[in-house]
Structures are given as structure tokens and as C-alpha cells.
Design a protein around this ligand. Structure first.
Ligand code: GNR
Ligand code: NI
Length: 167
């Protein structure tokens, strides 16, 4: 199955707001499978369709050690957020950059599974962080948007320099 190219910050396509999936068909199932492969290949714990330039509300996550518990969330929506946690985040679209972001400690997410069934999941810790990070992507946000303007401009400069030396 093909790996999908991942957009890099500050690509303006990362700012697009993804549309809800109306029908879970073979195309959506193939997208989720390809996103799973792409995430595993890149050693990520999550991937949002936005990052592969598909602007539909599809997220894959695997926070397990064994890397064999792929979770697929279609049209995920946070229905409850409680508490605060601050943790170091990274992003496959912002390679080599890590910084602390405050997120809710516990969340409830409503979503559709690949069979089109409505589900809810209560999550905390890393899974809760990852869900918030991925849903941000679907809303056109990357984790650096949570940082100060000064940090954002430093990150853009660093990535531009990286792109020059690897070109
Ligand atoms: O692989 C990833 N690791 C990670 C670590 C801390 C907080 C969030 C993440 S998500 C990231 C993969 C990614 O960019 N998903 O959009
Ligand atoms: Ni990300």
C-alpha cells in the first residue's frame, strides 16, 4: 500500500479546515489504511488526513508500545474536556521541533468507526493529548500555533534553514 507524502509546516494547506465524512466507503477505508501505514513508517503516534493533503475529518492513532493497535476516528469531536496537562509535543509536519503545550488532561471523543457506527471514547494522558493534537490538524491548527509569536518565528527560521541544507 502506498505511503503518502506529509505536508511540512508552514505549508498553507495545513491551515485548511477539513470537511466531515458523509459516507464511509472504500475510498475512506483506503485512506485510513494508507494513513496508518504512513504513520507507522514515520514512527508517529498519530496522523490527521490534513497532513497528507486530504481535507476530510479522518484521524489515525496508535499510542501502544507494540504498534499494533491502530485506532481510526472519523468525524471525531471532543464532547468533554477536563483538567490540564502540559507535555512536550512534536509533529510529523514540524520535524525536529519539540515544545511544551497545555492540553486537557481527560477528554471524551465522539466519532464514527470504519463500520459507520457512532462511538465514544474516554481518554487521558498521551492518548488524550494525541486526540487534541489531531483534531487541531483537522481544524487547520498545528501545535506551534499554541506557542508564542517569538517561538513561531524562530521555528520558521529553523525549518527554512533545515530545508536549505537538505536541498
Ligand atoms: O508522533 C507524534 N508524536 C506526538 C508527541 C506528543 C504529542 C503529539 C504527538 S502527535 C505526533 C504525530 C503527528 O504529527 N500527528 O499529527
Ligand atoms: Ni501533528
Amino acid at each position: 500500500m502506498p505511503l503518502l507524502p506529509i505536508l511540512r509546516f508552514p505549508d498553507p494547506r495545513l491551515k485548511k479546515i477539513a470537511s466531515p465524512v458523509a459516507q464511509i466507503d472504500d475510498q475512506v477505508r483506503k485512506l485510513a489504511a494508507d494513513m496508518g501505514e504512513t504513520m507507522y513508517e514515520a514512527s508517529g503516534i498519530g496522523l490527521a488526513a490534513t497532513q497528507v493533503d486530504v481535507h476530510r475529518r479522518v484521524v489515525v492513532i496508535d499510542v501502544s508500545e507494540e504498534r499494533q493497535q491502530l485506532r481510526v476516528f472519523i468525524n471525531p469531536k471532543l464532547t468533554r474536556c477536563e483538567g490540564v496537562q502540559a507535555g512536550e509535543e512534536g509533529c510529523l509536519s514540524v520535524p525536529g521541533i519539540y515544545d511544551t503545550v497545555e492540553r486537557a488532561e481527560r477528554v471524551t471523543v465522539a466519532y464514527l468507526d470504519l463500520d459507520g457506527q457512532s462511538q465514544t471514547l474516554e481518554a487521558e494522558g498521551l492518548l488524550a493529548v494525541c486526540l487534541q493534537h489531531e483534531i487541531d490538524h483537522l481544524d487547520g491548527k498545528v501545535f506551534v500555533d499554541h506557542l508564542s509569536q517569538l517561538k513561531q518565528s524562530r521555528i520558521k527560521a529553523k525549518l527554512a534553514k533545515q530545508a536549505r541544507v537538505t536541498a
